[in-house]
Ligand binder design. Structure first.
Ligand code: MSP
Length: 503
C-alpha cells in the first residue's frame, strides 16, 4: 500500500484557533481523507507549537502555569478539530517528551558535526514573529519588517549558537532546480529561488536567558530557537531517530500558509540535508483568508467573522460541514481569499441546499412515495456509468493538481446532471410503470450514493448521513454488489439558513 504523510503547521496556542487556522487544517484533512479513500496508508499530523515565548507570556498574563496553560489549549484545539471532523493520526505537542528527546538529539548531532557553532550575535528579534532580522531588512524605526506585525524589535547582544545555513545555499538551489514540482504553486517556487539567490546567511538557533523552551543539552543557559524546535516536529512525530517511519517520510506533504514558506523551503531542507534525510516531497502553500478589505485574519488583529470556537461549539453538524465545504471550496493555492458571510450564505444556498440537498431529497422522496422505499437492480446500468466515470476522472485530475475548487465543481456538475435527469425523465409520470420507474430511480440512487462517496473528504458527516438514509453500511460499496437499496428515512441535509448569516 502506498504511504503518504500529510502535515499542517503546528499552531501557536497563545489564542484559540480561528477560521484561518481551520482553513489549513481542513484542507489537510480533505487531502488525508481523499488519499485514504484511494487506498493510501495515510499518516496525518497536526498539533501545537508550545515552546514559544509568546505562549509563555500569554500564560503569565493569565497567571497560569505555562505547562498547564498549554495543556488546556491543547484540549481546546482538539475539541475544535473534533467538531470539524479533523481526523488526524497524531496530535503532536512540542512539550511531548518524545519530541524534546528528538530536538536534543538533533541539536547535539548538528553541533558535533559542525553544522551548528557558537559565536557572538548582535541583532534584532521580533518576539511576535519569533524571527531574527538582519540589519538590511529593518528601517530606522526598528519595527518588525513583517507588514502584518510592525511591532517594536528587541536588540539582542549575546553569544549564540548558529546554524551554518550559508553552507546549503548551492545544494538547495540545485535541489529546487532539479525538483521544481516540490514547491506548489509555482509562484511560491519563484519566491524561494530568488530568496536563495540573494544569499543565505547563518542563522541564530538559540536564545539566552529565556525561561520557557527546550534547553541546549550541553549548555543549559540557552534555549533552542523555537523554529528549529518546531520544524523538527515533522520527524519527531514519526519516530525520528530510533523508530523513524521512513516510508511515510519519503512521501511527506507539508501544507502551510504563505507566511511561513521560507522556514519550510529554506531552513527546514537545510536541517534535513545536515541530517542526511530525504527532503520534503511537497510544500503546498495557500494564501491567506482575509477580511473583505484584504486584511489577514489573525489572532492579534481578529477579523474571524465566524468566531470559530463559538461557531463549532454551538452549531449543528450540517453548519459545521458547510464551513468545511466553504473553506475547501474557496481553497485556492496562491491567492488570498476574502471571507464574508454573504459569500458563505451564497455557497450554502446555491450549492449545498439548492443543488446537492435538493437533489437527494427529490430522489429519496420519489422512491419513498412511488416505490415503497425500495429500488432494485433489474437492468444494466445505462446513462449513469459514463457520467460517473467522467466525474471521477475530472475530480481526480483536479485534486492531483491541488485544484480543490475545480474538483468540487466537477462534483457539482454531477449533481446538476442528476437534477436535470429527473426533470427530463419526469419520473412522476412513470408512477404507473413501476418497472421503468424502478430502473430509472435505481440509477438515480446509485448516482446519489456516488455523490456521497465523492463528498466524503469534504463533508464527511453529510456523506455518512446520505448513505445512512439509504440504509448502506459503508462507502466502500461496489457497483456490482449493489442489488437493492431501501430508503430508511428522509431529512433535509441543508435546511434554509437563519438570519444569523446575513452578514
Ligand atoms: N508555529 C508556527 C508554525 C510552525 S510549523 C513547523 C506558526 N504558527 S501560527 O499559529 O502562527 O500558524 C501559522 C499558520 O496558520 C499559517 O501558516 C497558516 O497555515 C495558518 N493561518 C493563520 N492565519 C491564517 C489566515 N488568515 N489565512 C490562512 N491561513 C492562516 O506560524
Amino acid at each position: 500500500m502506498s504511504k503518504i504523510y500529510i502535515t499542517t503547521p503546528i499552531y501557536y496556542p497563545n489564542a484559540d484557533p480561528h477560521v484561518g487556522t481551520a482553513y489549513t487544517t481542513c484542507i489537510a484533512d480533505f487531502l488525508s481523507r481523499y488519499y485514504q479513500q484511494r487506498n493510501f496508508d495515510v499518516f496525518f499530523m497536526t498539533g501545537n507549537d508550545e515552546n514559544s515565548i509568546k505562549v509563555h507570556e500569554t500564560a503569565q498574563k493569565l497567571k497560569k502555569d505555562t505547562q498547564k496553560y498549554t495543556d488546556e489549549m491543547a484540549d481546546i484545539f482538539k475539541q475544535i478539530w473534533q467538531k470539524l471532523e479533523i481526523q488526524y493520526t497524531k496530535f503532536i505537542r512540542t512539550t511531548d517528551k518524545e519530541h524534546i528527546n528528538t530536538v536534543e538529539y538533533v541539536f547535539n548531532k548538528l553541533y558535533q558535526e559542525g553544522h551548528i557553532y557558537k559565536s557572538y550575535y548582535e541583532g534584532w528579534y521580533c518576539r511576535n514573529c519569533e524571527t531574527f532580522w538582519t540589519k538590511s531588512k529593518i528601517g530606522d524605526n526598528k519595527l518588525c519588517p513583517n507588514i502584518e506585525c510592525q511591532r517594536p524589535l528587541e536588540l539582542i547582544k549575546e553569544d549564540n549558537y548558529f546554524l551554518r545555513l550559508s553552507n546549503f545555499q548551492e545544494k538547495l538551489l540545485k535541489f529546487y532546480e532539479e525538483n521544481p514540482e516540490v514547491i506548489f504553486p509555482p509562484t511560491r517556487y519563484n519566491e524561494v529561488i530568488s530568496f536563495i539567490k540573494m544569499g543565505l546567511q547563518d542563522i541564530s538557533v538559540s536564545r539566552k536567558s529565556v525561561e520557557w523552551g527546550i534547553k541546549i543539552p550541553f549548555d543549559k543557559d540557552y534555549v533552542i530557537y523555537v523554529w528549529l524546535d518546531a520544524l523538527l516536529n515533522y520527524i519527531s512525530g514519526i519516530g525520528y531517530p530510533n523508530k523513524f517511519m521512513h516510508d511515510y517520510w519519503k512521501n511527506v506533504h507539508h501544507i502551510m500558509g504563505k507566511d511561513i514558506i521560507r522556514f519550510h523551503a529554506i531552513i527546514w531542507p537545510s536541517i534535513l540535508m545536515a541530517l542526511n534525510l530525504d527532503l520534503p516531497r511537497k510544500l503546498i502553500v495557500h494564501g491567506w483568508l482575509t477580511t473583505p478589505d484584504n486584511q489577514k485574519i489573525s489572532k492579534s488583529k481578529g477579523g474571524d467573522i465566524f468566531n470559530l470556537k463559538d461557531f463549532v461549539m454551538n452549531s449543528p453538524p450540517h453548519l459545521i460541514m458547510a464551513l468545511r465545504y466553504y473553506l475547501i471550496r474557496e481553497g485556492s493555492f496562491g491567492e488570498d481569499v476574502p471571507v464574508s458571510l454573504e459569500r458563505f450564505r451564497h455557497i450554502y444556498t446555491s450549492e449545498l441546499a439548492n443543488n446537492i440537498g435538493n437533489l437527494i431529497s427529490r430522489v429519496l422522496a420519489l422512491v419513498q412515495k412511488n416505490l415503497e422505499n425500495t429500488v432494485q437492480k433489474k437492468s444494466d446500468f445505462k446513462f449513469i456509468h459514463n457520467v460517473i466515470d467522467k466525474t471521477t476522472k475530472d475530480f481526480d485530475n483536479h485534486i492531483q493538481k491541488f485544484e480543490l475548487s475545480k474538483g468540487i465543481e466537477s462534483i457539482l456538475e454531477l449533481a446538476n446532471f442528476l437534477n436535470k435527469s429527473i426533470e427530463e425523465n419526469r419520473p412522476w409520470e412513470l408512477a404507473k410503470n413501476k418497472e421503468q420507474l424502478n430502473n430509472l430511480m435505481f440509477e438515480m440512487v446509485y448516482g446519489v450514493l456516488f455523490l456521497a462517496k465523492l463528498l466524503y473528504p469534504i463533508i464527511p458527516y453529510t456523506s455518512r448521513k446520505i448513505i445512512d438514509q439509504l440504509g448502506i453500511e459503508s462507502l466502500d460499496f461496489n457497483p456490482i454488489d449493489l442489488e437493492r437499496v431501501e430508503v430508511r428515512y428522509r431529512e433535509p441535509l441543508f435546511p434554509a439558513l437563519g438570519s444569523k448569516f446575513t452578514g
